[in-house]
Each structure stands twice: as structure tokens, then as C-alpha cells.
Design a protein around this ligand. Structure first.
Ligand SMILES: [Zn+2]
Length: 124
């Protein structure tokens, strides 16, 4: 990948990062960066759904936690990938240090391993 493509990718990652942080902000009340900002977690616009939501409250909170964990995982991947772009280490396999196929990176921009290593990691 050339520099231009990398910068474009970084920009896309930064946008996704901002979106995820925003979504996470709606889930978590303990956000040290916006202390005391609890009022924003009331979704007054969603009140029409409450009767439906009450019946599924347990499932919903479990689902919410799963979504939150996924978002956090995704956020970590994105942060690691942005760091790699900044350090000119992007697209290198973390396991065998060989370059990752560009076609693979186009499909999975946050890929850490080359295809061979990814297969081995999955087998472990
Ligand atoms: Zn590898």
C-alpha cells in the first residue's frame, strides 16, 4: 500500500473510532473524560419503546454488554492499526514479520497476521 492509501485508511479508521467511542459513551456511565455527564444517557426520545423493552430487559442488558464488548474489541484493533500506520509498521505480520497480502488488508484492514499465520492461530 502506498502512503496515499495508508492516509485514506487512517482517516477511515479515525472516523470509525469516533463512532465507536460515541456508541460506547451511550452504554457506559463511567466515562472519566465526560465526568458528571450522566444526564445525556437518558434517551427521552426512546420512550415509545419502553413497554416492549420491559419484557426483554434481561436479554437486552446481556445483549448490550455483548455489543459493548465487541465495540471495545473493535476499538482496540483500530487503535493498534492506527499506531502501526503512524510507526510505518502497517501491513506486517505480527508473527512472522512478512508483509501481509494487500488484497487481505483491503478486506480486513485491521489484520494482524498474514494468511498463513492467521490459519495457524485459528488452529491453536
Ligand atoms: Zn505471518
Amino acid at each position: 500500500m502506498d502512503k496515499k492509501e495508508l492516509q485514506k485508511l487512517k482517516k477511515e479508521l479515525l472516523v470509525e473510532k469516533a463512532n465507536i467511542e460515541k456508541m460506547l459513551g451511550e452504554f457506559t456511565t463511567e466515562n472519566p473524560t465526560i465526568k458528571g455527564d450522566y444526564k445525556s444517557h437518558f434517551h427521552s426520545a426512546d420512550q415509545s419503546d419502553t413497554s416492549d423493552e420491559k419484557a426483554h430487559s434481561v436479554t437486552d442488558s446481556e445483549q448490550e454488554r455483548a455489543v459493548e464488548q465487541n465495540l471495545e474489541l473493535r476499538l482496540r484493533e483500530i487503535n493498534e492499526t492506527i499506531k502501526k500506520i503512524d510507526e510505518n509498521a502497517y501491513g506486517v505480520c505480527e508473527k512472522c514479520s512478512s508483509p501481509i497480502d494487500v488484497r487481505r488488508l483491503k478486506v480486513i484492514p485491521v489484520a494482524k497476521f498474514c494468511l498463513d499465520c492467521a490459519k495457524k492461530v485459528k488452529l491453536l
